[in-house]
Each structure stands twice: as structure tokens, then as C-alpha cells.
Design a protein around this ligand. Sequence first.
Ligand code: GLU
Ligand code: MG
Length: 451
Amino acid sequence: MNIDVPVTDIAGVVDALRARNVDVVRVSYSDLIGVDRGRDVLLEELGSAMGHGIAFCRAVFHTSPVGDVVPVSGGLESGLPDIKAVPDLATLSPLPWEPGAAWCVADTHLHDGSPAPEGPRQVARQVAARLETLGLRAVIGPELEFYLLEQDEGSAAGWRRYADEPGNVYVVGRKGDPRGTLLTMLRYLRDAELQVTAANHEFCPGQFEINLNHSEMVDAADRAFRMKSAVQEIARHEGLQATFMAKPFNDEGGSGFHLHVSLVDQSGANVFGDPEGEHGLSDTGRWAIAGVLAHAPALAAILNPTINSYKRFGPDTLAPWLIDWGLDNRSAMVRIPPERGSASRMEVRLGDATANPYLAMAAVGAAVYLGVRDQLEPTAPLEGYGYDPSAAPMLPQSLPEALDALEADKELGEVLGEFFVEAFLTYKRNEVERFSRYITDWEFREYAYHL
Ligand code: GLU
Ligand code: MG
């Protein structure tokens, strides 16, 4: 938000916001699963919030989507202590669907002033710092897919697919989006300064995609985190629900979170490509690809973080199934788009839209770091249409399998932070445990009549 005042001049920032008729600042931070938590702070309180931080119970990081406090270290067993969220005023932006409000993200600190080690923004920052030790920065362009749902009082779920008509992939306008909601979102997201570039109808009925411009990884993660929150908010303003759930329907495809990842040196020059290198890729680019392949089973735990995520994978889905890479090949887990020069990059297609943007980018950044550090070499690229299980190793088939892979991948864990990995594993194993005891509608339909 251009306020013409240095962000260190807090009184100046407050005056500048007041002059723009802002009376509330929404302060957001990400919990472990990427849910936007925070407070709406009256403008006159912003100065003191900057001074002492805004108190939140630390266990909010570890609250399940259904509101249970999961017993993660530092939370419940420590007596539910506070953390402090300190607004990062460099991220101030308008909040155009709530006139009179501005928006920023916060950094989270423990009481001794150190960063909360499970804070997703902190995890992303740490990985960016590790890449810096190799003289590299990861630049990431996120693409997020989601479904829009409309209320359906007659169904058990209460929601059905919005505009549930077939064949609307890349169809523009009101045919696949009768209320024009996507265009409303695109404009709002632009005005919220999230640097969105384009929006389109995706492959499945009621499924849409919005692309964000690329930028350095912590900034890209901030914008993707805010974009997911914003899409859900704007949908609510329209009487709809937006879901980033990986595979919400049996009869339609899942929603991906593709990351276009390049590497730049200290001068900002792309070092992923090299016109002299094989396939136009540099050594660094090749090693980065190999890092993502080598650490893919552990990455899945973070990029595919729900029980439902593993139902998105499979042959003929446009989602991956095997740990492979290919040149402009959408059936591979890592696709190298055809552009070279300053646009040389890999598209990591592994993640689904439920992934926490900070953690997804941190995990991929960590795998890239390890690939480059260890000068790993990738296998030969996939030729033709993929999904041949004899040609490449398979991704984990379930969340428990992926969590075990994350626990076993000590190198990745060291880069992401051991406390964070422990917190994530505890949180997610609690989810697996709760699910294992829950009777699903499939079981009842399958067994209750004949058995
Ligand atoms: N929806 C697919 C996925 O789950 C991706 C479709 C596409 O290529 O954009 O990853
Ligand atoms: Mg897509």
C-alpha cells in the first residue's frame, strides 16, 4: 500500500491510513494448516500493537479445523501460553471488500522475543536464509485452484458445486460463472495488491484457478496465504463458499497448488537456465530438480497435508502419481515449462490447494537447497504420457505414509527446523488417529445393508 511514509514511522503510518479513511487494520497470521487467524485492530490501537505485539494463545497454531486443541508441544501441555503477533507494516494493503479497513500479516514471537519456531512464516524465512548461504534466492509463482459451492439445503453436505455444467475448461464469462464471481474476485485481489495476474475456469464444473505473479519466496507465500483467505471471504460476500480441499468430489478432479520455482543469484539473474546446458538448464537448475525428486516422499506430507489429499493423485488426473520430471509434460510431478532465459523454471505440480503456502514453499525451497548443496543429479526426464508405475517410484499413497517419510528425512527436517517438524507430525498424526476412529458414509453404504 503506497502510504509514502517509512514503515518504521508508526505514527506517520497511522496518520497516512487515517487520511485514506482507514479506521481498522486486519492483522493476520497463518496457523499450522494455513488458516488465517488474527484480529481486527482499531487504528488508534495500532501504535501500541506495534510496541508490545498482539497476544494470541500459542495453541491457536495447533487448533484443528473442527476447533479441537491438538496437544502439540508448547501449547496445551505448557498451560496454553501466549505468543505475540507483531504486524509487519511492509505488508500493509487495502482490504477492498471491507471498506475502511486495511490488511497486513504479522510475525509471531514467543515471550522471550524469539520467533515461534512453528510459525509458518518463520519456517519460510529460515529456508530462504539457508538458500542465501548458497548465494541463491528462490522466486516462486503460485497457481491455486479451488471450487466454488452454492448452498443446497436438500443435500447432507449443505453445499453443491456452483455452476455445475460440464466442459467449461477455459470458457470465459457467464457460461461457467453465471454470477461473474471470478471477475469480481480478480478485481478485488488486484485492488488488495496481491499481484494476481489472471483467473480462469478450470477443468471441472465449478472449479476455478487464479494465478499470482512470481516473487521471492516469503513474499510469494504471504500473497498466496492472503489470496486463499481473500477468495474465501469474497465468496462469502457473494453467498458462496470457496473450498481449496484437495479432492472434494468423487466424480470430479482435485485442486492443485502448482509452484513455478526459479532460482536467482544475488544480482537477481536467473541461474536455473543455461543456454549451453542440457535441455537449456544450468547445473544449479538440474540439481534443484533432483532435490525435489529426492525429497518428494517427505515433501508430500507438507504439500499434500490431509487424508483427502491422496485421493487427488492417480493416473490420468493431471495431478501426479509418480516421482518424475519432464520437459513441458503435464503428466509429470515436476514440469519444466518451455520458456528459458529469465523465465527458466520448474513447475512443481505435487502440491494440492490445501497446502499451507508458507510451508509448501519452505518445503520445496528446502529440497532445492539440499539438491544444490549436495549436487544431486536427476533421473532421465519422462518421455511421453506418464503414469507408468514401472517407470518411476510412486508417491506416498496415504498421509500416514508421507508423515513417516517426513520423519525419516532428517536432512529436510534439519533445514525446516526440528521443532517445526515435530509439531507438524504430532498435529497431523492426531488428524490420522481421529479419522481412523470415525465411521464414514462410505462404510455405512457399503456394509450396513448386507452385512
Ligand atoms: N487440477 C489438476 C491438479 O490437481 C491440475 C490441472 C492443471 O493442469 O491445471 O493438479
Ligand atoms: Mg490449473
